[in-house]
Ligand binder design. Sequence first.
Ligand code: ADP
Ligand code: MG
Length: 395
Amino acid sequence: MNKLTVSDLDVAGKKVLVRVDFNVPLNESKEITDDTRIRAALPTIKHLADNGAKVILMSHLGRPKGKVVEDLRLDPVAKRLADLLGLEVLKADDCIGSDAKEAVEKMETGQVLILENTRFNPEEEKNDPQFSKELAGLADYYVNDAFGAAHRAHASTAGVTEYLTSACGLLMEKEISIMGKALSNPERPFVAIIGGAKVSDKISVIENLLGKVDTLIIGGGMANTFLKAKDYQLGKSLVEADKVELAMSLINKAETQGVKLMLPTDLVVAKEFKADSEHKNVEATQVPEEWMALDIGVETAQAYANAVSQAKTVVWNGPMGVFEMDVFAKGTESVAKALAESKATSIVGGGDSVAAVEKMGVAEQISHISTGGGASLEFLEGKVLPGVDALTDKE
Ligand code: ADP
Ligand code: MG
């Protein structure tokens, strides 16, 4: 990587402003239901605190749309972070202004302070220069460890870099190096599995990956549009009629590029979009008129699992079926298990895919689970992430 990283900085006695992604899910009692993102930032925070920095954290939480929303304050996050770190975590009630400044002034080396939700200020998402300058004014260095927000050019992810030497955090570095290597210099065979509801969400990912992978596996609702392109009848299944032609061109592109494109040969079809609907396994050419495909079939799941087991690098984005309903989760489960059992470098990105891997209990056996849904998708599309691009280049 050609960007400064946190290990390049001499942080002893310095104030370091760190953008983390603490956008965690909260329940109605404001309890954190999944602290994965907080845990993922611990290595950078510990590194800085252990090296005598004053660690000033900032993050967004939810969508307060530029206003103070009491339920979206970062206090529960500060508390959880303190538990995980085994350290006191100070908290300011704003991310700029006198609250923030006074809190920073009182800090001692090795202490951790968390500023209030950056999105309480409308200037954050507008990437306002004055606001960025105020944030930057709190510190000597800036570190971005918020991979999950790196696809946004906001004040706290991009604007601040105009005013401070800016380095990449350890989580950010890990995300980019693992996914970057998979895309630029993968161990082969390189297999990508793309699923989810719609082709339209993932066109750019498929196009980018077609130039890189040996095998491209398509599952989930989006497979229906590809099957439609092959003139199959799909009953009441989700099909994007306006994307059938595009699916056809992707099929052709795979062929000219020598990429093996795998589509479902059988499907689980149901009468209704319901967990207790009548359902059966049919050949992909035999979807009954009034039925809908909600999962890949048994034979397809086996074929996909085989392809995964022969791979050296696997990237997975998008479930194979409506995995939220147990009867239609089997295809996703087969792929998840194959990924867990394989010795390949395995990378899973995408909010629902990560949820599926966790639901199946195989998260521990995956090489890398990306903490960024949207950001990992844009990375797989081959886009430059503004939050990374803005960091200081290495000499
Ligand atoms: P990710 O968040 O991992 O990127 P997506 O958001 O693209 O994944 O897709 C996940 C959604 O796709 C799930 O809610 C799942 O129910 C839905 N889905 C998968 N297969 C089908 C299908 N055959 N028909 C309708 N929806 C589907
Ligand atoms: Mg999703």
